[in-house]
Design a protein around this ligand. Structure first.
Ligand code: DGY
Length: 323
């Protein structure tokens, strides 16, 4: 049987790459750098399936210019705002993602950022590593307590719920949750969360605000200058969702003038470029998009893509259908 031609746009964990070649004729990206728009067009033009990630912008122009042979974009990742879903539909291209398997690790990283930002861990590490630490003293690098505080979660899907469980059951936090669609009562009970009616209400009450909504045009600058102004002076903004959800220039202002306590960010608009002004903020902890970065999770994401592909090419509906 002829194996479907598949282009994988970045290096994946070895075990998954090995599994892919069993059933597919795979073109790898051995150099592991992001493909250019022209390279993406070529991939969509000649392959039966393309397996993109967050670093591949597959917009209408890429798909229109490519005259696609591709029938499925099997995305490696849960977020897919880098793919123009309407255009994929127009071209009759199926799109899948990899939900569930990264929720726990992304939630773990969210808690990491909350703790790092509140307890000034990056500032402390910089002191130790540069030899600038002058010793223990009662007023040194005083941070904010995390246990028992109020956490506001915007976007109460799988990842938001995992964050709530950790914060409530692990750190005794009061958890407020906002979601576009109503949150089921059993979910609120399991996660120890209370539902709030609006984002503005949540921002005014929370000591930590954590974003877990999708990216894309609908949520662009959801956290803007006005909403940052609603946050408490001591509150922290945590973003492990997508960079575009936050107006980064407004955030720089809030951090610089200390109208909020600090931020913990794992995602950025235009990453891997990060605003120099943001990089200069001492009260911001910045990580390079590590939410799902554990071997276990990255393998699980890859195997989920393999399963989606097999389902598709063997005539079954893929489990993680997005479009
Ligand atoms: C995801 O799965 O959405 C991660 O952010 C990587 O794209």
């Amino acid at each position: 049987m002829i194996k479907p031609k598949v282009v994988i746009t970045r290096r994946w964990p070895k075990a998954v790459e090995a599994a892919l070649v069993e059933d597919f004729d795979v073109t790898f990206n051995k150099r592991d750098r992001a493909l250019t728009a022209d390279e993406l067009k070529d991939a969509v033009h000649f392959a039966d399936a393309v397996l993109p990630t967050v670093t591949d912008r597959i917009d209408a122009r890429v798909l229109d210019d490519a005259n696609p042979r591709t029938k499925i974009l099997a995305n490696y990742g849960v977020g897919y705002s880098h793919i123009d879903i309407d255009s994929a539909r127009t071209h009759g291209i199926t799109v899948t993602n990899t939900p569930d398997v990264l929720s726990e690790c992304t939630a773990d990283l969210t808690l990491t950022l909350m703790l790092m930002a509140a307890r000034r861990a990056s500032e402390g590490e910089r002191e130790v590593k540069t030899g600038a630490w002058s010793g223990w003293r009662p007023t040194h690098l005083l941070g904010s307590k995390v246990s028992g505080k109020t956490l506001g979660i915007i976007g109460f899907g799988r990842i938001g719920q995992e964050v709530a469980k950790r914060a409530h059951h692990g750190f005794g936090m009061r958890v407020l949750a906002f979601n576009r669609s109503p949150i089921a009562q059993d979910v609120l009970i399991k996660t120890g969360a209370e539902s709030v009616a609006s984002i503005d209400e949540l921002l005014q009450q929370a000591d930590f605000v954590s974003l877990h909504c999708p990216g894309g045009a609908a949520n662009k600058h959801l956290i803007d200058c006005r909403r940052l102004g609603l946050m408490r002076e001591s509150a922290f903004l945590i973003n492990t969702a997508r960079g575009e959800v936050v107006d980064e220039r407004a955030l720089v202002q809030a951090l610089t003038f200390e109208t909020i306590g600090g931020a913990g960010l794992d995602v950025f608009n235009g990453e891997p470029d990060v605003l120099p002004e943001l990089r200069a903020c001492e009260n911001a902890v910045l990580l390079p998009h590590l939410g799902s970065a554990t071997l276990e999770t990255r393998e699980a994401m890859g195997f989920r893509v393999v399963q989606n592909l097999k389902d598709f090419f063997e005539g079954r509906a893929p489990r993680d259908l997005v479009a």
